[in-house]
Structure formats: C-alpha cells, structure tokens
Design a protein around this ligand. Structure first.
Ligand SMILES: [Cu+2]
Length: 279
C-alpha cells in the first residue's frame, strides 16, 4: 500500500511530458566569403545556422525525439551525463529528461565528426522570458571541415589553426542583426545570457563596460557566483550568465583571445557581440 501511494504521488508530480522534436544534420554553409561544414541540431527540419535553443519552465519534463538526417551514425549525450546514445544513420531516438535546475542543459555530439563540427543543442531552464539571449560559440579550420564531415579525416588536427569564429552561426559583423544574441536592454534589467561552446577550444568571453555573475556552469562549476568581466567557456559547456547593466551605452563582448576576433585572419571579425543598453 505504501509503495502504491508513493508511485501515485510520483505520477502526480511528473504528470505531463511535453514532446519535442530535434533534427540533426551536417551540411555546408557560407558565412561571408567562407565555406564551412557544420553539424546543426535544430527545432526546424530546414537547417539554420542560427539554430535557437529551447526554453522550458523549471521542472518541465520533455520527451525529446532526435531525428538524424545524416547518412552516418552519430552519438549524443547530455554534457552532465557519463554516457550517451547512438543515433543510427537516418534513424531516430527519444530521450526523456526533467529540467529541474536554472541552467543550460547541453546535449552534445560525442562522435568525432559531429563533435568536431559543433553538433549541440541547448535546453535552457528557469530563465524569465523578458530578457534572455543565447550565444552559441563555434570555431573551425574551414579547409578541414569537409574532410571531417565525410570522415576522410578522423582525428583532430595538430596543430589546429581555426580561421572562422562565430556566435550563433555568424561572425562579426554579420551577426549584428542576430535577434537571438544581440542584447537590447535597459539599465537595471536582469539579462540572462545562455552560452554554449560548440567549438573545440576554450573561448574566454570578455565584456566591456559591465561585470556579470556566473549562475551556472557544468564543466567549470567552481566559477559559479563569481562576478567578473571575463570568464572561460570550456568546449561543450553550457553556462548561464546574469548581467544587470548599471549604465547606458553600447559595449562589445568578445573572445579575449584576439585570434578569435578575426575572420580568415582579418581583424575585426569573428567572435564578437554587442550590448545595447538604454536608460
Ligand atoms: Cu575588448
């Protein structure tokens, strides 16, 4: 009887699982004058470099169906889990998870091709809708990306010399119309910025003008509650940052490794975004 009541209560708490479908595909894209292969996990079957994250309220449970549109197998895992699942070529799989913390849940590719080409998806839990933004960081040595996509290159290059650095699929200044990422806020707003590093190297974000608080990090949790103007984002980490602007102004945010503020070697470009704060 006690067991029965316990089960009933559990069912009561987790009574509804929402259904979500994500599509996974590796394809060739042009960014400015640069061509690059990229693995995208998207809510839309028509792939878009500016793939949006999925926002949920705290304690939402999801059945997430992932459909592999590629003709090669992939592996996926949550970045806070020890093991993952295999997606067969053109196959699909359903993952179930309850999102009970205010953080960025990162579903990341672990097979060489999709991992190297940035395959990842963020479910962001517990963030108010009023002021929330998403920065998906990604870099690539574009001349290698085709060989990684078709599996003729199966180990990570050494040295690795990336020439393309992007936020939400585009480099600066192509990303200046990016509604997912460009911050437009007022002084005193609570601005939640979810950052996902889909790339293959650490990207250290540096804010001009403001300090931010680190609300969560899966790969680097010792930084939580720090208030800084710079912080490293490790590969395949998801971090949640809180920015409360104390003054108006237009300030850049960029990778403090200035190599990443270039595109094909030209400055300025690459991994830079903007904070637009009005009174
Ligand atoms: Cu700077």
């Amino acid at each position: 009887m006690r067991l029965f009541i316990f089960s009933f209560l559990q069912l009561g708490f987790v009574s509804h699982f929402l259904a979500l479908t994500i599509y996974m595909k590796t394809d060739n894209y042009q960014i400015g004058t640069v061509n690059t292969y990229r693995c995208i996990l998207s809510l839309e079957p028509a792939m878009n470099l500016q793939a949006a994250p999925y926002y949920v309220d705290l304690n939402t449970s999801l059945n997430i169906e992932i459909i592999n549109l590629d003709t090669i197998a992939h592996e996926l895992q949550w970045n806070d889990f020890a093991s993952g699942v295999v997606l067969s070529p053109l196959g699909s799989i359903t993952l179930t998870r309850t999102f009970d913390q205010q953080k960025v849940y990162a579903l990341v590719a672990t097979d060489f091709s999709a991992k190297t080409l940035g395959g990842s998806f963020a479910v962001i839990a517990g963030v108010p809708a009023a002021q929330r933004y998403f920065w998906n960081l990604y870099e690539m040595q574009t001349a290698l990306s085709g060989a990684v996509a078709n599996l003729s290159q199966q180990s990570f290059p050494s040295p690795y010399r990336p020439n393309l650095f992007s936020i939400n699929g585009y480099d600066y200044p192509l990303n200046m119309n990016d509604t997912l990422g460009i911050v437009n806020a007022h002084v005193g707003d609570s601005v939640y910025i979810a950052v996902l590093n889909s790339g293959n190297m650490v990207h250290t974000l540096h804010f001009h003008g403001y300090h931010f608080e680190i609300l969560s990090s899966t790969k680097n949790p010792s930084q939580v509650a720090w208030k800084k103007d710079s912080a490293p984002v490790f590969p395949q980490d998801g971090m949640l940052l809180l920015l409360i602007p104390d003054k108006m102004g237009t300030y850049p945010v960029h990778d403090h490794n200035l190599t990443a503020v270039t595109t094909t070697g030209g400055y300025s470009g690459g991994m830079m975004s903007m904070l637009n704060v009005t009174p």
